[in-house]
Design a binder for this molecule. Sequence first.
Ligand code: 5GP
Length: 175
Amino acid sequence: MSDPKVLISEQTIAAKISELAQTISSDYAGVEDLVMVGVLKGSFIFLADLSRRLTIPRSVDFMALSTYGNATQTDGAVRMIMDLRRNIAGRHVLIVEDIVDTGYTISYLLRALATRHPASLKTCVLVHKPDRRKVPVQIDYLGFEIPDVWVVGFGLDWSERYRTLPYIGVVEPGD
Ligand code: 5GP
């Protein structure tokens, strides 16, 4: 079995995360505690790298969501299976997502978290597939736009495989 073909290399991802971290650190300068919300499982590697490169006070919390239907076809129904540990009322919150595809997941999250009255609510997304988007989404910080292909690595899986690949790759048919 061959390794997935490289779409975005480890070095390119690292450089982009440093750039995002600089921008975010400067945008949130003066904020006492930025709450970074990672969406499990896919965002854990991106969140680990991004959070360590910020130069502002920050903390990390997680949510887990599940989409109804199978992995590649979703109809937009999203369900929360693990909530945040902390109350975010009055805090600055940054949602950190691995990928925006149809946009249903992030728009659900934005709606769910907005009802908790954070001081601010923004999103940071590593990869976006604009061709597949079904609902308008707010992406405040974006790593990469990619074509409509199934990507793996850097937290992203294919039936739980390839999640810990250090780069973003494409699974070839027949792999
Ligand atoms: P949404 O369609 O709601 O924007 O994204 C739903 C979820 O589908 C993402 O959070 C991610 O878990 C998964 N997903 C969408 N596209 C891909 C992809 O190319 N690769 C992987 N591994 N997961 C994806």
